[in-house]
Design a binder for this molecule. Sequence first.
Ligand code: PLP
Length: 365
Amino acid sequence: MSKIPCLDLKGQHAQVKKEIFEAFEKVYEKTAFSGGPFVEEFEKAFSQYVGSSYSIGVSNGTIALHLAMLALGIGPGDEVIIPANTFIATAWGVSHAGATPVFVDCDADNWEIDPSKIEKAITAKTKAVIGVHLYGQPFDINAVQELCKKHNLFLIEDAAQAQGARYNGKTVGTFGEMACYSFYPGKNLGACGEAGGLTTNHEKYAKHLQSLRNHGSVVRYYHDEIGYNYRMGGLEGASLSVKLKYLESWNNRRREIATRYQNEIKNTKIKMQSKPTWSDGIYHLFVVTIENKEAFVKHLDENGIVAAYHYPVPCHLQKAYIHLGYKQGDFPNSEYLAAHCISLPMFAELSDEEVNKVIEVINRY
Ligand SMILES: *Cc1c(COP(=O)(O)O)cnc(C)c1O
């Protein structure tokens, strides 16, 4: 019997292959490979889905974060507060703009950015906070938003793992100045290729982002500022329009699997991410912690289950940021999570039998 993987995209793609190939055919007929009508069609559908006034497609999620910084005028000498426990790309956006990421710890139980840690990290140089809806669960947006208002900071949502997650019943993506998305193939909404995007309710940011991603140009061959080639491809846009129609049902299936894990995994050695009252997450990942994770992973592996680690090293201890001078012990909750995290199999096409087996094997440990 083959092992149960942590993530397998084959089932999802078998389901949409016909529709996506038909969409690709249309892109071919129009040779609309860079930006163009298929990207615009996706942008329109995605902003409708999120409930934002604008949506801007770009080439990947890291670039979305970089552009967010540029559109907000954040650059050298500025500081941006981000959680220490996130995928490193949250910090790349800040660094690529020439600004400095300032890390803060996460909450010990819900593992999202801890609002009570933010205020101490604010300096005269702080311009923004990037909150990350980590693993697809919204962070405490109201609390972070209040701090941002009080200190006159921008709020950016890193929604790369949270397309369709809801905070107090409202889809994330319009709570801050803008929100950034990754449509990397492994995300809940993933392109056939690399892609990313932003949503915002502010026209001035939308216009600026559209220009920045397109060589700083609104009128072709007239360049108003130094720009970038950060456009989304037409094939990626077309594949995303097809998959967006399925996102709600895929997210719901993930919620169903997560509820089963939460209710039926009874092993007291396992600790799960607590689910705050505001949260209706989309379970991009299902991460648990356990002491001596190597032994647990070996048990899973011997029983045909493949686990993964998200993420084994917190941002502040990455070699790339050694120059910032952080050290072990600075952010105990993030460090604990990094040292003890295991991602269980989580994707919409997991069968009930596979979910049964994951639960049974874990409870037997
Ligand atoms: C995936 C991801 C990104 C980066 O997106 P890419 O499309 O891979 O560049 C940024 N932030 C978070 C939280 C992510 O999970």
